[in-house]
Design a binder for this molecule. Structure first.
Ligand code: ZN
Length: 139
């Protein structure tokens, strides 16, 4: 039963061309966001055009890496066998101080997680190719 004993791998991101700079940034422990040259707003998820003003001109800028928990759920059920050792865990939408919201995990104990709590990014290596931005409570 060698196969049954093999450690299951968690699914990894499959970047689209427009999100590749984001994933290159996380490898350097930087949270990179597209920032519009025209209207000055950030957005996420990445796209080829600013969703606010439809400009095609933007630069990637490093976000501060802090924000607040906009919403969250606690996963008690194992939806993928590789997560069996992780339940219960927190899946959250964090609203970054720059404005965009990002789907992520809060690494703290679920009973300590509250909406509006301040959080800071924490980078976690998922594989040699991918570093995942997760968040931890600031207080
Ligand atoms: Zn814009």
């Amino acid at each position: 039963m060698a196969n049954a004993e093999k450690k299951l791998e968690k699914p990894l991101p499959r970047p689209a061309p427009e999100s590749r700079p984001f994933w290159e940034g996380t490898k350097q422990k930087k949270l990179m966001l597209p920032h519009c040259d025209q209207c000055g707003q950030f957005w996420f998820p990445p796209s080829q055009r600013c969703p606010h003003c439809l400009s095609l001109n933007f630069q990637w800028r490093e976000a501060k890496g802090e924000g607040r928990i906009y919403s969250f759920v606690v996963y008690h059920r194992v939806y993928h066998p590789a997560f069996e050792g992780d339940v219960p865990y927190v899946v959250a939408i964090v609203e970054l101080d720059e404005g965009p919201r990002i789907l992520t995990n809060i690494v703290d104990a679920p009973e300590n997680v509250r909406c509006d709590a301040r959080v800071r990014v924490r980078f976690e290596e998922a594989s040699p190719e991918f570093v995942l931005p997760k968040f931890t409570l600031l207080s």
